[in-house]
Design a protein around this ligand. Structure first.
Ligand code: FE2
Length: 429
């Protein structure tokens, strides 16, 4: 737990402020903090944007960085990705799982992401992936807040995974997962939702299910998820991840569904990079985008977050675990180019996922954890547009990652000109 003073921090809502961190906790936020005996580090943010750390509410840490093992996904579909992952599973080792995950964690920290909810495949009775990810969670605890989700990748009923799931929870996995659209029938999907929500209610755990990750408009498991959440009194404790079938559903049905989701205080986690890559693969033209109805869900009062989902794995060959890349893609796919909408997209990788994860003491207010990221950006729009350098990443008052500011030196007609691509030079400012 360290002390730190950040001067001239650009704020998301505009203006600048100083931020004082004492013993790892934000002790004061004000226009100019003085009168403090300073015998600890001081950073001048020079008006650059300072944000609470990025939060990834949907990731697969056990599969990450396995791209090409044992082969590449040829069709690019979700279903071939699941098949490919199944081919890889018998060859996984604890050491390799941990090593790949720790590499990803280093990338995350460099990108300013200090909280991750990761689904962990518990389909195999060995629970090898759960054991490995619990080890990674322990090792990275000083730097990253992890939540692990017990995820029955091959289907709770289809692969008879309930015993594995319960044992994973006993080992310390935090959240109950599910994949109802991968069960054999809609009836089994609904039954799996009910069974899993009851487990979570009994144990006082949060729920986060892969739900309706499909282009099939009749994939309506989210309806069951909302119903079970309300029936069991778990409002505000359940998230539906993906919900891509909502993109293809009939508008009239959605007009009934959104109030049901609101009644259940269901949270939504879209995964823009992966949804735009995997959905619509069975189509010629026109092609559906496939991402869930983010603007309409926000308008209905739901909490919506964007997750990264995958980095270099059987489902997605790209990525560097940059939540600003995720927010930017979400903005584009959902056509959320209004100023307020762009701020919603930034919130979808910061405050909204923090709320969904029930992260304590998250934010830049007095009393919050002394965690923050200084971006080489003047405001939120700059951050989304540039996905800029994370000049400093601070955890509990200690700088744990730095990146030099990027400057471009141009020679034009014999003249030296410098730019950093930020909006500082714009005439209207
Ligand atoms: Fe996922």
């Amino acid at each position: 737990m360290s002390d730190l003073l950040v001067k001239n921090a650009g704020l998301v809502g505009g203006g600048t402020s100083d931020i004082l961190i004492k013993n790892g906790v934000i002790a004061d936020v004000g226009p100019k903090i003085d009168g403090v005996a300073i015998d600890f580090p001081v950073i001048d943010a020079k008006g650059y944007l300072v944000t609470a750390p990025f939060v990834d509410s949907h990731f697969h840490l056990d599969a990450t960085l396995s791209y090409g093992l044992p082969r590449v996904n040829q069709s690019g579909t979700l279903l071939e990705g699941i098949k490919l992952w199944g081919e890889l599973k018998p060859h996984l080792t604890l050491d390799a799982l941990v090593e790949r995950a720790l590499t990803l964690c280093r990338w995350s920290i460099a990108r300013g992401t200090l909280a991750i909810r990761s689904h962990v495949d518990i389909s195999h009775p060995s629970l090898l992936a759960a054991e490995a990810m619990l080890d990674v969670k322990r090792q990275m605890a000083p730097y990253i807040d992890f939540q692990l989700v017990a995820f029955p990748q091959d289907g709770l009923l289809r692969a008879d995974s309930m015993d594995n799931l319960m044992r994973a929870l006993d080992l310390g996995v935090d959240v109950v997962g599910g994949i109802p659209h991968f069960e054999r029938t809609m009836e089994d999907g609904a039954r799996s939702v009910a069974m899993l929500c009851e487990v979570a209610a009994d144990r006082g755990l949060l729920v986060d299910m892969h739900c309706d990750e499909s282009d099939d408009p009749m994939s309506r498991n989210v309806e069951s998820l909302a119903k079970e959440t309300t029936r069991l009194g778990m409002q505000g404790r359940v998230a539906g991840s993906h919900l891509t079938s909502m993109h293809s559903m009939d508008n009239y049905y959605v007009s009934k569904l959104l109030p049901l989701m609101r009644e259940a205080e269901l949270s939504v986690i879209a995964n823009p990079l992966i949804n735009i890559t995997l959905q619509g693969r069975h189509e010629t033209y026109p092609k559906r985008r496939g991402m869930t109805r983010v603007p309409e869900q926000i308008a209905a009062g739901l909490t919506v977050a964007f997750g990264h989902d995958c980095v270099m794995d059987p489902w997605y060959p790209l990525g560097s675990h940059d939540m600003l890349e995720v927010a930017s893609m979400g903005l584009h796919v959902a056509q959320m180019t209004g100023i307020e909408q762009m701020h919603h997209c930034f919130d979808a990788v910061t405050y909204n996922p923090a709320k969904i994860l029930h992260l304590p003491d998250y934010g830049l207010h007095k009393g919050c954890n002394g965690d923050l990221v200084i971006l080489q950006a003047n405001d939120v729009v700059d951050a989304l547009r540039l996905k800029p350098a994370r000049l400093a990443v601070v955890r509990r008052g200690k700088v744990i990652s730095t990146t030099p500011a990027v400057k471009y030196d141009l020679t034009l007609d014999g003249q030296q000109v410098q730019t950093d691509l930020t909006s500082t030079d714009l005439v209207w400012r």
